[in-house]
Structure formats: structure tokens, C-alpha cells
Design a protein around this ligand. Structure first.
Ligand SMILES: [Zn+2]
Length: 215
């Protein structure tokens, strides 16, 4: 797999660091605490007992001044998967990076780098989901119109040539993005190594609402 370099993101981050945007960077909750917050939120969502935290007008006004999200969610654009709803979180809690098929394009990597290095998010969740149309299209191949090939190519690069099921393809794609963030993309890999961030893969089950974290 090719290595990713994001000089523009690095330059932007350096500039933001210099201009003092990062004064709270790394001061958020620990990766484990963030994982517990979203796991508990998902349990409430599944049970149909959401608390809908951090959505009051006062909170909205507070975070308008400054954002310190605890978790980055790299996920699919699918209309049936809304990170704030399924993790029962509010405004300013999650920094969400969405493309069809939750891929590790340089643009997406730059967004993750900004959320972690500049805004101080400590947990990165790569979240795929069952019945993913983007992974399905990538597996089926063939000619696709417009810019859709650009959306499915990163998924196709992650998939093996052997015959696999859609569920296997979805999990392999999540693990591939998790691996890029954890080991291949220097800026996030360095943060993983130092313990500043944790990267977790997960699969969302649309019918039950359950998020299953992968090891
Ligand atoms: Zn999808």
C-alpha cells in the first residue's frame, strides 16, 4: 500500500499551532474515557433511551466560541448512519469525516490530523456498517458513471483479489483504514505511538443500532 504524505495539512497545522489555536490540544479526555462515553451512548441509543446531551442553546453558544471534540469518527455517508445519533452525543462532541465507504484519502487523513493534532481529539473511530453500498459497488467493479469511481477506488485497493462476502469486505475495508491511520500515515502513527490518540475499527449494524468494536 502506498504511503500517504500530506504536506498541506502539516503546513496548515503548523500555522494553527503558531497562531494559538491548539492551546487546548491534548487536554481532552483520555482515549479510554472517550471510548466509554461513546460506548455508553450507543447502549442508550440501542435501548431507545437517549439522553441527547449537549444540545441546549447555552451549550450551543458555548461551543460556538471553541470546539474540543473528544472523538473523530471516520465513517460512511450512508443516510442511515448518523454518528451523533448512534453514539447519543451532542454539538461539539464528535468531529465527523464522512465519505461513501469511509476511506483513507489524503483529504480525509488531513481532516483527522486537524481534529487530533489541532483540536485535541484523543480517539479515532473508523466506522463501517452492514449493507454498505460503496463497498458493494467496489466489490462488484464494472463501469461506474461520473466521479463514483474515485469514491470506490480506495476501497478496491484495500480488498483482496479472492472471493469474499460483503460483510468480510466491509470489515477488511475498516481494518485497512485503521492500519493506514495507526501505522502508515506518519502524523497519526506518531500520535498513536506516543499514546496521544487511539484508533479503533468498528462496524455499525443498521437494524439493531449496535456498534461492534473490532480488535
Ligand atoms: Zn456505506
Amino acid at each position: 500500500m502506498k504511503s500517504y504524505k500530506t504536506p498541506c495539512a502539516l503546513a496548515a497545522v503548523s500555522m494553527l499551532l503558531l497562531t494559538g489555536f491548539a492551546d487546548e490540544s491534548g487536554k481532552g479526555v483520555s482515549p479510554d474515557a472517550a471510548l466509554k462515553v461513546i460506548s455508553d451512548g450507543n447502549k442508550r441509543f440501542v435501548a431507545g433511551t437517549p439522553e441527547r446531551p449537549n444540545q441546549s442553546p447555552a451549550h450551543r453558544a458555548k461551543v460556538a466560541l471553541k470546539q474540543t471534540p473528544h472523538t473523530v469518527v471516520v465513517t460512511c455517508s450512508d443516510s442511515r448512519l448518523s454518528p451523533e445519533l448512534i453514539f447519543d452525543q451532542g454539538i461539539g462532541d464528535l468531529f465527523v469525516v464522512r465519505t461513501a465507504g469511509n476511506t483513507a484519502d489524503p483529504e480525509n487523513l488531513g481532516s483527522v490530523e486537524y481534529a487530533t493534532a489541532v483540536l485535541g481529539a484523543r480517539l479515532v473511530v473508523v466506522l463501517g456498517h452492514d449493507k454498505c453500498g460503496a463497498v458493494d459497488a467496489a466489490m462488484k467493479g464494472g463501469k461506474l458513471p461520473g466521479n463514483i469511481p474515485a469514491a470506490v477506488k480506495p476501497i478496491q485497493r484495500a480488498l483482496p483479489k479472492t472471493k469474499i462476502s460483503l460483510d468480510e469486505g466491509i470489515a477488511i475495508n475498516v481494518k485497512a483504514v485503521e492500519k493506514v491511520l495507526s501505522t502508515k500515515n506518519k502524523m497519526t502513527a506518531d500520535m498513536v505511538k506516543s499514546g496521544q490518540i487511539t484508533v479503533k475499527g468498528a462496524i455499525y449494524d443498521m437494524a439493531s443500532g449496535t456498534v461492534r468494536f473490532l480488535d
